[in-house]
Design a binder for this molecule. Structure first.
Ligand code: 9UX
Length: 69
């Protein structure tokens, strides 16, 4: 299991937290996603044999958020 922390722009409320977590955990290969509103960080645990970080970041942008550089 791999773990990555990604800084996300555009999370401004608890609804955003839920939608980003749901968007991520719906993806094959992602086992957990925990977004923190105060730090704007999302911690994602995933199976690197199934999904990679670029696709995780794509899922975040597909959900309407931006990934910070
Ligand atoms: Mo709350 Mo987050 O209305 O987009 S879900 S700002």
């Amino acid at each position: 299991m791999e773990r990555v922390e990604i800084r996300v722009e555009g999370m401004t409320c608890g609804g955003c937290v839920n939608s980003i977590q749901n968007a991520l955990t719906n993806r094959e290969g992602i086992t957990s996603a925990a977004a923190d509103l105060d730090s704007s960080m999302v911690t994602v645990e995933f199976d690197a044999g199934v999904i990679q970080q670029d696709a995780i970041e794509q899922a975040i942008t597909d959900a309407g958020f931006s990934v910070a550089a």
